[in-house]
Design a protein around this ligand. Structure first.
Ligand code: ZN
Length: 183
C-alpha cells in the first residue's frame, strides 16, 4: 500500500501536480453537496473502492494514482505524500477526497488496521456493509453518475452525512472506465 511509485510514475506525478489542466480535471470530478461533508470522487475505482485518477500515458502505458493521494499531494506536496506510509479515511468513505481531520488523514498500516477493526464493529457502520468497500463505492458512484436519487442512495448506503460529487466529462469517464490504478 505504501509501495513507492516508479521513477516514471513519480515524474508524471510531479508534472501533473503543476499542470493546470490536470489539476482542473481532478477538481472538476469533485462535487460537494450542501449539508454533506465528504467530497466524492466518481471517476474510475481501484480494487479497494478508492477513486482512481488517470494522469497520463507514457510510452503507451497509462499512469494513474489513487485519487485522494493526488488530492493530498496537491494540498501538502509530493514529498509529503511519499513520506506518509498510508492515508486513511476517518469517514470510512473510500471515495472521499476531503483532506481534513475526520476525512482523509495521515495514517500507517498498523494504525489503519486498528481503527478499521474498531469501527467495523459499529452496527450499521459503513465498514460492516456486506457489499464491501468497492461494491458499495461502485453502486454509489454509478447512482451518482446516473443522476436522480443519488442522495437517497448515499443516505441508505451507510455513509452518513456526506457529500456527492460528479462532474467529469463523458470522454474522460470513457477513458478511465475500468482502468487499474498503478500507483
Ligand atoms: Zn469524507
Amino acid at each position: 500500500m505504501s509501495r513507492r511509485p516508479s521513477q516514471v510514475s513519480q515524474a508524471v506525478l510531479a508534472w501533473a501536480l503543476t499542470d493546470p489542466d490536470t489539476v482542473a480535471r481532478y477538481r472538476q470530478m469533485i462535487e460537494v453537496v450542501p449539508g454533506w461533508t465528504c467530497a466524492w470522487c466518481t471517476g474510475a475505482l481501484s480494487g479497494r473502492g478508492h477513486g482512481c485518477f488517470w494522469l497520463a500515458s507514457v510510452d503507451g502505458r497509462d499512469v494513474a494514482i489513487i485519487a485522494h493521494r493526488f488530492g493530498f499531494a496537491l494540498e501538502h506536496g509530493r514529498e509529503e505524500l511519499l513520506a506518509v506510509p498510508l492515508l486513511g479515511h476517518r469517514c470510512d468513505n473510500p471515495l472521499c477526497q476531503l483532506i481534513a481531520p475526520r476525512h482523509v488523514v495521515r495514517s500507517s498500516p498498523s494504525k489503519n488496521r486498528r481503527e478499521w477493526a474498531t469501527r467495523r464493529r459499529l452496527a450499521g457502520g459503513a465498514l460492516a456493509d456486506r457489499r464491501g468497500a468497492r461494491g458499495r463505492a461502485r453502486e454509489v458512484r454509478d447512482a451518482i453518475r446516473a443522476g436522480g436519487d443519488a442522495l437517497d442512495l448515499v443516505a441508505a448506503s451507510g455513509f452518513g452525512q456526506d457529500g456527492v460529487q460528479l462532474a467529469c466529462t463523458a470522454a474522460w469517464r470513457a477513458r478511465v472506465a475500468g482502468l487499474e490504478c498503478l500507483t
